[in-house]
Every structure is written in C-alpha cells, then in structure tokens.
Design a protein around this ligand. Structure first.
Ligand code: GDP
Length: 239
C-alpha cells in the first residue's frame, strides 16, 4: 500500500513545472505542497464523435474530411475491449475523432452496449455528429439515436449526407422538414444543419471549420484564417 502511495506521489511531482520546482527550498515544504495541489489536472484529449445508421455515408464523410486536409497528421487506432468496433482518428495533438459503429438492423446491440455506454461516460466529448441521409430524411433508427442524445443531454449536430443525390426541390423539402423537426422537437441539437456531400465535397469545408472551432482550434476572430480553406487545424491557434 505504502509503495503504491509513493509511486503516485512521484508521478504527481514529476508534473511540477520548472518554475515551481525550486519553491520548496526557499519556502516551507507545506507551502510548496499546497502549490502542487493547486496545479491544473492534465487536460484530456478533446473528442468529437460521428454516429449514424449503416450506409448513411459515415466512412465516406470522414474520408472526405481528412482528404481535404492532407497536411494534418492523422493516426488511426483501434482500442481493445468493448471499443474494438470503433475507429479512433487522432488528429495531431489537437483532438480525436471517434467513428462509432453504424447502427441498423444488423447492429442494434452494438449500439446500445457500446455507443450508449461510451457516450454517457465521456466528459471530454465536445460534440456528437449525428448523420442523417438527406435523400431519406429522419428514419425510425435515427430517431432512436436522437432520443439517446436528448436523454443523455449530449450536445449534438445533425449532418445531412449525400446532398448531391437529390434534386434541388427534394433536397430543399427535406432540409426544411428536418430543420422544423430540430427547432420544434429537440433541445440539445445545434440549430444549424450541416448539409454535405462526400462525392462533390460540398459543405465539407464549413463542417471542418465547425469541428476546428468547437475543439478550440480555430480562432474565428481572425477572419483571414477562418476563410482559409487550407486550414483544418491552424497550427499555433490551439488554445
Ligand atoms: P457508412 O456505412 O455509413 O460508412 O456508409 P459509406 O460511407 O460506406 O457509404 C455508403 C454508400 O453511400 C456507398 O455506396 C457510398 O459510395 C455512398 N455515399 C456515401 N457518401 C455519398 C455522397 O455524399 N453522395 C453519394 N451520391 N453517395 C454517397
């Protein structure tokens, strides 16, 4: 027990910044210890996650997001255990994008067992992106995901995929219908919809800027940077 306590103590002290390391000698050791206790906890990596029913266009969208930002180093990893069906895209040191297993007739248990449990616990989850096929509209399965986000009070955003597929008239009708649903029947959904196409890349840049902004990596008070399509993560602007 004592050895464990010691290990913890050593670990904590190794996090003391250089400026504080000399304090103990000049002032009393209890004062130095108080300073250590006041240190901020190590920040958890910010997370955003993508959920959607199978075939909604989730993999294509994630691919499009990253293919338009080739300068960003992305590491893909799978974690063992209950998260093995999730893909983790580590975007530099800025944030991690979590690709959840698609929900649908083939994988309802996965969704309940993994996705719900995972989302409920993440305090560092900045936003959940719920993908809805714009040609189809909100389905019963999408409604289950919406109810889950509402029940767990997760801040979420609706992304309308495959907007290149429908005629302008049909797309407009769908967007208005979904917008009405968001306004009238949701609490936690971001009021702006994000219509995108992984095929034509329409809407992808705006979505990228939004992700960069909510993860604290885009300073929108610098208009030239906000407009620059090159920047997924404008390095140096990370808070
Ligand atoms: P996932 O199961 O949600 O990961 O869906 P996929 O990304 O694999 O896409 C499912 C199908 O939809 C594939 O045949 C894709 O080519 C197609 N698809 C995905 N995104 C788009 C899009 O933006 N436009 C069109 N027309 N088809 C798309």
């Amino acid at each position: 027990m004592a050895a464990r306590g010691l290990r913890l103590g050593v670990g904590r002290l190794s996090e003391v910044p250089a400026a504080l390391r000399g304090v103990g000698r000049a002032s009393s050791s209890s004062q130095a210890f108080a300073e250590v206790l006041r240190l901020p906890r190590r920040q958890l990596t910010k997370l955003v996650c993508f959920i959607g029913r199978s075939n909604v266009g989730k993999s294509s969208l994630i691919k499009a997001l990253f293919s338009l930002a080739p300068e960003v180093e992305v590491r893909i990893s799978k974690k063992p255990g209950h998260t093995k069906k999730m893909n983790f895209f580590k975007v530099g040191k800025y944030f991690t994008m979590v690709d959840m297993p698609g929900y649908g007739y083939r994988a309802p248990e996965d969704f309940v067992d993994m996705v719900e449990a995972y989302l409920k616990e993440r305090r560092n989850l900045k936003r959940t992106f719920l993908l809805v096929d714009s040609a189809v509209g909100i389905t019963k399965l999408d409604n289950i995901a919406i109810e889950m986000c509402e029940e767990f009070a997760l801040p979420y955003v609706m992304v309308l995929t495959k907007i290149d597929k429908s005629s302008r008239g049909h797309l407009l009708k769908q967007v208005l219908q979904i917008q009405r649903f968001v306004n009238m029947q949701t609490q936690g959904c971001f009021p702006q919809l994000f219509p995108v196409s992984a095929m034509t890349h329409s809407g992808i840049h705006l979505l990228k800027c939004f992700i960069a902004n909510i993860t604290g990596n885009l300073d929108l008070t610098v208009p030239s940077l906000a407009e620059d399509s090159k920047f997924f993560i404008p390095t140096g602007l990370a808070h």
